[in-house]
Ligand binder design. Structure first.
Ligand code: FES
Length: 115
């Protein structure tokens, strides 16, 4: 549920280190900026990491400030559910948030800039 603590990054290699896993709260998110795009990096209750553009496909709400449960986040503005593993809105809503590849290596979180 971060948002104020944005990490700015410049794309220099395939994988960009974001932070340590324990720097993202369980069922929360941290925001990084990749080439001017805000990206929400989510951590599930099971310590899975997912990354989506921090912009709801409905009306642009900040997904990083939503509630994470299972592999979904509830947008804080109107409650759409967005799947963290695909970026798609759950039915009956339609739309998709841009998704980024992630990896966890030695408790360090990485994001690939190519969505
Ligand atoms: S902006 Fe996300 S549900 Fe409306």
């Amino acid at each position: 549920m971060a948002g104020d603590d944005i990490i700015e990054m410049q794309v220099m290699s395939e994988w960009l280190r974001v932070c340590r896993l324990d720097e993202i709260p369980r069922q929360g998110a941290r925001v990084v900026e990749l080439d001017g795009t805000r990206v929400a990096v989510f951590r599930t209750a099971e310590d899975e990491i997912h990354a989506l553009e921090d912009r709801c496909p409905h009306k642009g709400g900040p997904l990083s400030q939503g509630i994470v449960f299972d592999r979904r986040v509830a947008c804080p503005l109107h409650g759409w559910l967005i799947r963290l593993d695909t970026g798609h809105a759950c039915s009956p809503d339609e739309g998709c948030a841009r998704r980024y590849r992630t990896k966890l290596d030695n408790a360090e979180v990485y994001v690939a800039p190519d969505a």
